[in-house]
Ligand binder design. Structure first.
Ligand SMILES: [Zn+2]
Ligand SMILES: [Zn+2]
Length: 362
């Protein structure tokens, strides 16, 4: 019966300090190395009382040496120490998925101070300004007389040689080279025009090398509705404030010219989609920027779902949302202390920052 006291599990747990749940015996407890059997038994009995009191289910534990039955009192403590040593002993219940908040009555829903309205439909597609791609790009480019001895990263040809782009010929000479004004990356003009024509031609340009955005980047989110309001319940990790709930609703429809398969229908799964932010100062800032992203059609796109593999369906577009209210089993829930900073970075990558809020008011 003494054998259990010299098992590797016991000695390694003793060396690594107090195992979980033994805190009640802390302080007055002698080190495990100097324990005799009666010490261990008293400790185990005290421990099993703690376990019963805290409602943790007990687990059957086999004698580690297998040669003799384990003293029931020792079995209890061995189970705890085994888990401390990293062995597969599970003393806690699996966490429960909580996707939605408790029911919210209409009278409990509040509008968000400082943010007007509580619903926004997708604004009409940005009016085309009638500019040719060449005119758009001119605003963002400087001419380069003597191209550097480098490759154009769009066509992979030398910048000193003509563009290697082989698609429909834009009306630009293939040997002209331009430098983007903010980031100084250099490309064939021909290649940039071809790239612009491949996009949604919204008057903006994103450097293919460093992703710097020129102009106002917009997306191809199909028409829909975004509702937002405060509900009284708190999110895990944000006990000190209420919660902002966003409800996105996008119906299925037919793809426009800016979508992957114009004229073909698209599906819209899982709508209305409910998303949550803490109603803190930072949470409200994120909401304001999400509203800008919504107006710029950047929250959703049409493409292939990475979870189901379905094509021609509405998908999230690189700005992560929290869709799990009361747990974090899907990775899209709370607590997540980095979430607000992460989503601010994702918004910034789409060209949406606090400066955008001022721009939108103009
Ligand atoms: Zn090129
Ligand atoms: Zn660049």
């Amino acid at each position: 019966r003494r054998q259990a006291a010299s098992t590797p599990a016991l000695s390694s747990a003793g060396a690594s300090g107090s195992p979980p749940g033994v805190g009640s015996a802390k302080g007055s407890r002698p080190s495990l190395g100097t324990l005799n059997r009666s010490h261990l038994q008293r400790l185990a009995i005290a421990q099993s009382r703690v376990l019963i009191a805290s409602g943790v289910p007990t687990v059957p534990v086999k004698n580690l040496t297998g040669s003799s039955p384990v003293n029931p009192a020792l079995a209890g403590i061995t189970g705890i120490l085994m888990s401390a040593a990293g062995l597969p002993v599970c003393l806690t219940r699996p966490p429960k998925l909580v996707l939605h908040p408790p029911p919210v009555s209409k009278s409990e829903i509040q509008s968000i101070p400082g943010i007007s309205h509580s619903c926004r439909k997708t604004t009409k597609k940005q009016a085309k300004k009638g500019k040719t791609p060449e005119e758009v790009l001119k605003k963002y480019l400087q001419k380069v007389r003597h191209p550097p001895d480098e490759d154009c990263t769009i066509c992979m040809e030398r910048l000193s040689a003509p563009s290697g782009y082989k698609g429909p010929q834009p009306a630009v000479k293939p040997d002209l080279v331009g430098k983007l004004v903010k980031c100084s990356h250099v490309f064939h003009l021909h290649c940039l025009v071809a790239m612009y024509n491949n996009g949604n031609k919204d008057g903006s340009l994103q450097c293919p090398t460093c992703k710097t955005i020129y102009g106002v980047k917009t997306g191809t989110q199909p028409p829909g509705k975004m509702e937002y309001h405060i509900i009284p319940h708190a999110l895990p990790g944000h006990a000190d404030c209420k919660t902002i709930r966003i409800i996105y609703n996008i119906p299925p429809g037919v793809q426009g010219p800016e979508h992957p398969n114009p004229g073909k229908s698209f599906t819209a799964r899982g709508f209305p989609r409910h998303c949550y932010l803490p109603d803190s100062e930072k949470g409200r800032k994120v909401l304001k920027l999400l509203l800008v992203a919504w107006d710029r059609r950047l929250i959703f796109a049409i493409g292939t779902s990475s979870t189901t593999g379905e094509s021609d369906t509405v998908i999230w577009n690189e700005i992560h949302h929290k869709t799990e209210f009361g747990s974090n089993l899907t990775g899209h829930g709370y607590p997540d202390i980095n979430y607000l900073d992460n989503v601010l970075a994702e918004l910034a990558a789409q060209g949406i920052t606090e400066e955008s809020l001022a721009q939108e008011k103009d």
